[in-house]
Design a protein. Structure first.
Lengths: 412, 481
């Protein structure tokens, strides 16, 4: 089988992993003339596929042969998809060839589980080792970590990789047992815990010896995970609780939500329908509220429903449930309160705070602050605007925000 | 007054002229700007030198303005010079002006600067090198059409990244070259001078087609980040239309086609054997294995793992704490976090070797609530202590220590089976029902929480004194050797 055909099979096998970030790592370059590549902190998306997802890294599996039989996975042992396996050298060459042409920021390598966790992890690590040690590759490397792999292999993976990830797959242990009987959520969590200890240790070391750099390097862009949405019956509240737990426990950089998508030769045990993309989008918005807007995991989802509204973004839905906290005087309110106004993003709030020290903010200014008027006006007081009292009390307020057409992009 | 600048990116020329104009009090409305060598327009004003050297003097502008102007000057809008001058003119009387995001000039210039930075970022992303010749003597050449005057701005990025390659980026307005030592800029060239293909492009297109998931078609989201104007220079863009057209068909087929029969029988492993909490007390290794799956209370669910006791099988001394903390939960070992370090210090001072004693907790899962990036410790309640007590009892029965030290209220509750106030009972040996001796003291994390340094030192000494009682027993123990 030629490399092009292998690439087709092993990219197809990797595309259900949503993670693509190439950001958040240390700064490196190759000006010493010894190697190739650079990372500058901010990642770069070199292309976009028609699914709207960015193509930043060469995202492939080393092999899609797998001992495991996870029902949601295109590569499960009992699926009839064609199988292929790259050699270590083929992946190294492909990465360098693509990188030199500026197609990619680096490599995201994962693998089906073959033979054992340690054998698989060793294969994955040897690609990274070769890129870094032999070719002095300074681009971005993201490696999938195999739970239960030997500690020495994980340490080595962290030495070469910018980011490591282990997918939690589904939010609840019971459904993982059903969908992925060979996977063990406890082993996944233990390995995430091991990663965090090593990440903490490397960070502490950098703090102590910022210049001498004696501390062992370990995945400077941290760890992330992915949860599949819609393959089981977990509610949005359950999903977000799991995320909050994972962010707190293992300091994940990101939890990726991936709408369960029909796959070729899918298992009959799963919902074969269009992926719940809007739900996935709402979960990302809710995740943002937890991480950047000061919302607690318990207040985002309407308790009685357990699910996020598909029609309204989660912050707007929250504001409509807490109308007693509005209208808010934009020229006086605290940063924390401003972050809770529908349509106010973190940047807009920063600009408001800088601006209002000098001059007061009027309704006409909203456009310059890139704030959607219709969404924000019922909830705010400005120097020349005050919503009429019955707007906030009216039962029809929620209806005003329900969409006429499908929304794209992050609407807050 | 009309000012002619040397080029589209002549920031220094603009700065010199603008400074002189401000000092000579030339109002923005009285100045027009153009670039030398522009096609002479119909109403092109005559070439005019800047006003004679202005009265000596200087004025300060915020550093932020210089950065903003350097970026904005690269915008393609011919009005940018005048706009920047108007903003500069207003700055001396209004030093905070740049913070007023709602000011029309500030907002417009911020938008222009953002457009320039975005164009630079897109150039970093969408340049596609084509190889001429073969390694190691190859030359990588790209054709790109930026929207703004950003070739010089964007070139250093490629030098940092592709330092070991000879490369050129050709554009209609300017070209950047790297020879392994320095970036050089030459005039623009027509597209015909750029190579038209590369041996890797077919491989890249296959990758692009394979990484696309037709079930999640979102062409608008793609176009927002990769607008059509870039498509003509992206080798993969020729696939966009056919991929979109085929997507619905492919997805429909995936949904309609039921799974084929598995090509091989897959042996499903039996689900984890149900572990009955057996009453037989085994050795510590067996107990630990059994406890790993404990679900006697709900705490297992949010925690990483059961943190079981650790130490020699025949330890004469058993130390009991409250529950594992953040670090212990991650490492799967008791007392390895900050409280563990405090304990180690105190043990050493009391003359007790930690590797000679058995250390465990009353509750073996970490109880917490997540708060952003941290986990806030929660005190275990009585039912959780009770649910976990069988593990402590079995550890006790297996180790059979001569002395149990209960550190803190939770441990005391577990060791004595009832609430035991610490201050009334600490520091003296108490006989347990089975004849084992017990000693109560504080939990080391209590010492960590004391805010007052004096109180902390005092309490730490009391803790060490309590441990010294244990050390005495340890010394007399035949098992200690």
């Amino acid at each position: 089988m030629d490399v092009q055909r292998k690439l087709e099979i092993l990219a197809d096998a990797a595309k259900y992993d949503a993670s693509c970030a190439s950001s958040g790592t240390e700064k490196r370059d190759s000006r010493d003339g010894k190697g190739l590549g650079s990372t500058e902190g901010m990642g770069i998306c070199h292309s976009y596929a028609p699914d709207g997802r960015c193509i930043s890294l060469l995202k492939i599996l080393l092999t899609n042969a797998c001992n495991y039989d996870c029902l949601y996975c295109v590569n499960r042992a009992t699926s009839n998809v064609p199988r292929a396996r790259f050699t270590v050298d083929e992946v190294v060459k492909l990465t360098l060839d693509f990188y030199r042409r500026n197609y990619i920021e680096g490599l995201f390598l994962s693998s089906g589980i073959i033979r054992s966790a340690d054998y698989t992890m060793e294969q994955v690590v040897s690609v990274a080792r070769k890129l870094r040690e032999e070719h002095h590759f300074r681009g971005y490397i993201h490696l999938k970590t195999i739970p239960e792999a030997d500690d020495a292999l994980i340490t080595e993976a962290g030495k070469y990789a910018d980011r490591l990830s282990i997918n939690i797959e589904v939010p609840e242990e019971a459904s993982l047992a059903k969908l992925a009987p060979e996977k063990d959520v406890r082993a996944i969590r233990r390995t995430m815990g091991r990663l965090r200890l090593k990440l903490d240790e490397a960070r502490e070391g950098r703090k102590l010896t910022p210049k001498g750099n004696t501390a062992p390097k370990f995945a400077p862009a941290g760890q992330s995970t992915q949860m599949i949405v819609g393959a089981d019956s977990a509610s949005d509240q359950t999903i977000l609780n799991t995320s909050a737990n994972l962010y707190g426990s293992y300091r994940l950089k990101r939890v990726y939500y991936s709408a369960f998508s029909p796959i070729p030769d899918a298992s009959r045990a799963l919902p074969l329908s269009a992926p719940p993309l809007l739900r996935e989008h709402r979960l990302y918005q809710a995740d943002w509220l937890m991480r950047f807007y000061g919302f607690d995991v318990g207040e985002i989802v309407d308790e009685t429903a357990g699910m996020l509204s598909l029609d309204l973004d989660p912050k707007l839905a929250w504001a409509l449930r807490h109308r007693d906290r509005f209208p808010l005087d934009v020229n006086r309110a605290s940063r924390e309160d401003l972050l809770r106004v529908p349509g106010f993003g973190t940047k807009a709030v920063d600009r408001i705070i800088a601006t209002r020290r000098i001059t007061s903010i009027r309704a006409a200014d909203l456009a310059k602050l890139h704030i959607p008027r219709n969404k924000a006006l019922p909830f705010i007081v400005l120097s020349d605007h005050r919503p009429s009292p019955h707007v906030l009390d009216s039962a029809g307020l929620a209806e005003r925000f329900k969409p006429k057409a499908t929304q794209l992009g992050f609407g807050f | 007054m009309h000012i002619k600048l040397d080029g589209e990116t002549d920031f220094d020329g603009w700065r010199k002229a603008a400074r002189t104009l401000v000092l000579s009090e030339v109002k923005p409305a009285e100045v027009s700007w153009s670039v030398r060598g522009d096609e002479p327009g119909l109403f092109e004003p005559p070439d005019e030198a800047p006003p004679p050297a202005a009265p000596s003097g200087t004025f300060n502008v915020p550093a932020k303005f210089v950065d903003l102007a350097k970026t904005t000057i690269l915008h393609h809008d011919p009005e940018r010079f005048a706009l920047l001058y108007r903003l500069l003119w207003r700055l001396p009387g209004h030093h905070d002006l740049l913070d007023v995001a709602t000011d029309a000039d500030v907002a417009q210039i911020a938008m222009m600067a953002k457009a320039v930075r975005r164009d630079e970022h897109k150039m970093h992303a969408f340049v596609r090198f084509r190889e001429i010749g073969r390694e190691p003597n190859s030359h990588y050449v790209a054709w790109f059409e930026p929207e703004h005057h950003i070739v010089e701005l964007a070139a250093p990025f490629f030098a940092r990244r592709f330092a070991d390659m000879a490369w050129s980026i050709l554009t209609p307005e300017a070209c950047a070259h790297w020879d392994g030592r320095a970036v050089s800029i030459t005039p623009g060239v027509p597209k015909a001078e750029a190579p038209t293909e590369d041996r890797l492009e077919e491989t890249w297109r296959r990758y692009y087609a394979s990484i696309f998931n037709p079930a999640r078609l979102k062409a608008k989201a793609m176009q927002k980040e990769m607008p059509k104007k870039y498509w003509r220079n992206l080798p993969e863009a020729s696939l966009i239309r056919p991929l979109i057209e085929g997507a619905e068909r492919l997805t429909g087929a995936m949904i309609a086609n039921a799974a084929s029969l598995p090509h091989k029988a897959q042996k499903r492993p039996k689900s984890a054997k149900p572990r009955q909490p057996s009453s037989a007390s085994g050795d510590i290794a067996t107990l630990r294995e059994e406890a790993a799956d404990c679900r006697a209370c709900p705490l297992w669910e949010d925690a990483t793992q059961t943190v079981f006791g650790e130490g020699p099988k025949q330890a004469p001394l058993m130390l009991v704490g409250e529950q594992p903390g953040d670090k212990e939960d991650l490492a799967g070992k008791p007392f390895v976090g900050p409280a563990g370090q405090m304990l180690d210090r105190a043990l050493k001072q009391a003359g007790i070797a930690r590797n000679k004693i058995y250390v465990t907790n009353a509750v073996k899962h970490f109880k917490f609530v997540p708060r952003g990036k941290i986990r806030l410790h929660q005190k275990p309640n009585t039912s959780e202590i009770r649910a976990c007590r069988p593990w402590y009892e079995r550890e006790l029965a297996s180790i059979k220590p001569e002395l149990v030290v209960a550190m803190g209220a939770t441990a005391a509750q577990s060791v004595f089976g009832k609430i035991m106030p610490i201050n009334q009972n600490r520091g003296r040996l108490i006989d347990l029902d089975d004849g084992t001796k017990a000693l109560i003291t504080v939990h080391p994390s209590y010492l960590l929480r004391l805010p007052d340094a004096g109180a902390k030192a005092l309490e730490y000494q009391r803790f060490v004194d309590d441990l010294k009682i244990a050390a005495d027993i340890l010394r007399q123990s035949p098992r200690a050797a």
